[in-house]
Design a protein around this ligand. Sequence first.
Ligand SMILES: NC(=O)c1ccc[n+]([C@@H]2O[C@H](COP(=O)([O-])OP(=O)(O)OC[C@H]3O[C@@H](n4cnc5c(N)ncnc54)[C@H](OP(=O)(O)O)[C@@H]3O)[C@@H](O)[C@H]2O)c1
Length: 437
Amino acid sequence: MAEALRVGIAGLGTVGASVVRVLTEKNAELTRQCGRQIVVAAVSARSRAKDRGVSFGAAQWFDDPVEMAKNAPIDVFVELVGGDEGTAQASVKAALESGRHVVTANKALLAKHGVALAEIAEKRGVLLNYEAAVAGGIPIIKTMREAMAGNSVNRVFGILNGTCNYILTRMEAEGLTFEACLADAQRLGYAEADPTFDIEGNDTAHKLAILTSLAFGCKISADDIYLEGISNITQADIRAAAELGYRIKLLGVSLRTESGIEQRVHPTMVPTASVIAQVHGVTNAVSVETDILGELLMSGPGAGGNATASAVVGDIADIAKSRPGFQHGPVFGRPAKELRPYKRAKMRSHAGGYFIRLTVHDRAGVFASVAKRMADNDISLESIVQRADGGNDETQKTIILVTHETTESAVRKAVEGITKNGILIDKPQVIRIERAG
Ligand SMILES: NC(=O)c1ccc[n+]([C@@H]2O[C@H](COP(=O)([O-])OP(=O)(O)OC[C@H]3O[C@@H](n4cnc5c(N)ncnc54)[C@H](OP(=O)(O)O)[C@@H]3O)[C@@H](O)[C@H]2O)c1
């Protein structure tokens, strides 16, 4: 049998401890599958004394992951520390430069430094595997990079943040407020103490940026993503969406257009009957549309120790199965040096349907003035409904518009015009509608 593959694990928190447990419990099965044993030869975390509920056997302890990456007797460095700079970046870079394979679950790091790290990996002829960084346990990276070779992607989109999907699912199912659902998500450990990164869409954006590079062969460009979170979604939106045959999801969408690539993260209305609308709770889903395959949708657990460890262990096993001299495929599907510069399509040119909810003064002519602003901007309406749902306030009405396909630019101009008319009581709500099968 081939020599054992020696693994060093930096970060022994939720994911790291689960990876150690899976590698221990499934050692015999992994040895059969890989044709060699996988041994945890080194570990590192901040606190050596902390009980992590797993045994590290004879693994050598390192206080510093960078030191471990450079000098430990390991073939693979597994980075499960987190963060887009500092220890995570320094240790991954050091491991690659010293000719060690790297496995990471760190989307923030890849969104910022992925291309530079891929260049080092490809130059040194080692693997940089990151299946767990996008949609946790769903094997979307391997699927796009390997199983879909030769396909040209038109659009990739998905539910990439379990916390947001959990909040939106409970708001709809139980009629609760955003704040109440967020508090529950924090109590259950789905959301961080500071949930900003999840609910404002940044975490989704990091994952989308990686998928965009794989889909379109361009450099990773997370800073170019149009971003809107879910904190301003109300029960009024959820109820109106349901009545109109839609469900609200936080989607990351990346689309090839004539003027460039459109990358956006925002609350989105998807048809209630669509497959992605059936993805509830903390579950993630990714849909890829290509010329040869058509539409593929994968859904499954997007976070948590076990699901993430499944992807990390799969990445380690791939390295165990590879043989010396075997030329590994490029990290982002094309050689890092050949990734094209990212060409951004302007958000103002985004074309699609829109849901617009307006809270207005109940005065004569208000309805007509809203309809006129739409017509002035060439926006054709699928429906326009006026309702007296201001509770006890009879001076207040709600107008809900659903547009046919139009542009972001036209909608912004129309809404600006309506705001200038002085008829609004509350901030207008605008939610984009996404085509989904
Ligand atoms: N949790 C998930 O469901 C999930 C899903 C997908 C991807 N990920 C990604 O996986 C990575 C790890 O996430 P996690 O949830 O496991 O995080 P975590 O529970 O906070 O664990 C982080 C680990 O890193 C160690 N650490 C932090 N700074 C260090 C330093 N300077 N030197 C040495 N060790 C250090 C910590 O040590 P101590 O324990 O001693 O403090 C801890 O063991 C992140 O990149 C995250 O984005 C997580």
